[in-house]
Design a protein around this ligand. Structure first.
Ligand SMILES: [Zn+2]
Length: 73
């Protein structure tokens, strides 16, 4: 039972780190096709967190980030 507490704490720290990384998204519209971005599809660029409307758009952007213009809100 004692061993459970450190691993729970570690899990909590990991979750916090994931949310802290990148911060809130800088854009609202998907940079690939202009549809509304969703927080579950995101990547962390130099400018901050960038969100996309779908996993396809996210992958397309990651392959060639300079081909798409991110419009900050
Ligand atoms: Zn898209």
């Amino acid at each position: 039972m004692k061993a459970l507490i450190p691993s729970l704490l570690l899990a909590l720290v990991s979750i916090t780190a994931v949310f802290a990384k990148g911060g809130p998204p800088i854009n609202e519209a998907c940079p690939v096709d202009g549809k509304k971005g969703r927080l579950i599809y995101r990547t962390f660029g130099d400018e901050g967190t960038i969100i996309f409307c779908s996993v396809e758009c996210m992958e397309a952007y990651k392959k060639n980030p300079s081909a798409y213009k991110v419009v900050a809100k």
